[in-house]
Design a protein around this ligand. Structure first.
Ligand SMILES: C[S@@+](CC[C@H](N)C(=O)[O-])C[C@H]1O[C@@H](n2cnc3c(N)ncnc32)[C@H](O)[C@@H]1O
Length: 219
């Protein structure tokens, strides 16, 4: 089925709170685990960038997993960044910075980062090259890149089944968001073409019935 865009930024307060309180324990934990496998070094230090950080759950998990890293986390939604700022614990404040700004126009504090990661931003972008070009601009040789996103199912009924399977106990607004996100997501073939177009050398893997993981080390 064709891609159906959803609103790019998540700015509705009810939507922000529902998203922030949703149970993403399994996918977010597994995403950070995959980042650890990619990095291969628990004492990894350096500058990290989280693109489309939302309420900051993955930014916080990453900062805890890599206590020597400094993290810049950016989102175009003011309510999302406010939520992240209001829930950051005192021990992370010195090295986790939430930045309100929309890609591609936001000015990031660093020119280059040692690791760039992003979860569930790609499907929000009308133009997916915004993500890939931001990664290109802010990486240098050795930068680790880890991106996770949803995959668009082939048929509408498959999107309905995924919502029933994974979000039936969540509030209606979150179920609708998840459904809209599945319809706005890209397919494996589309993502592979985007990466070729961006001249990035990244591996694209389907890692669950609804997730894709795109990773690599910049050369
Ligand atoms: C589905 S949420 C993912 C949040 C977070 N990464 C997570 O996994 O929980 C997508 C986020 O991307 C943000 N976003 C969408 N387009 C953006 C852009 N062009 N620049 C910055 N943030 C953007 C939205 O506001 C939203 O907070």
């Amino acid at each position: 089925m064709e891609r159906v865009l959803e609103p790019e930024l998540m700015e509705d307060l009810e939507q922000v709170f529902a998203y922030a309180k949703a149970d993403f324990e399994q996918p977010h934990k597994k995403f950070v685990q995959r980042i650890k496998t990619l990095v291969k070094d628990s004492s990894f230090s350096g500058k990290a960038l989280d693109l489309g950080c939302g309420p900051g759950d993955i930014s916080r998990r990453f900062a805890k997993a890599f206590p020597l890293c400094k993290v810049d986390a950016v989102d175009g939604s003011k309510p999302m960044i406010d939520y992240a700022l209001n829930t950051i614990s005192a021990d992370l404040q010195a090295r986790l910075h939430f930045i309100h700004g929309k890609l591609p126009d936001v000015e990031l504090p660093e020119l280059h980062y040692d690791i760039i990661f992003s979860n569930s931003l790609l499907h929000h972008l009308p133009n997916p090259q915004v993500l890939w070009q931001t990664i290109k601009q802010h990486s240098s040789t050795g930068t680790r890149i880890a991106i996770m996103d949803l995959l668009r199912p082939r048929r509408l009924y498959m999107a309905e089944s995924l919502v029933a399977m994974y979000a039936s106990t969540e509030p209606k607004i979150l179920q609708q968001d998840f459904y809209n996100s599945l319809l706005a997501a890209f397919t494996m073939v589309e993502i592979e073409a985007q990466i070729i177009q961006a001249r990035l050398s990244l591996t694209v893997e389907q890692i669950s019935d609804r997730h894709v993981f795109i990773s690599g080390i910049a050369s």
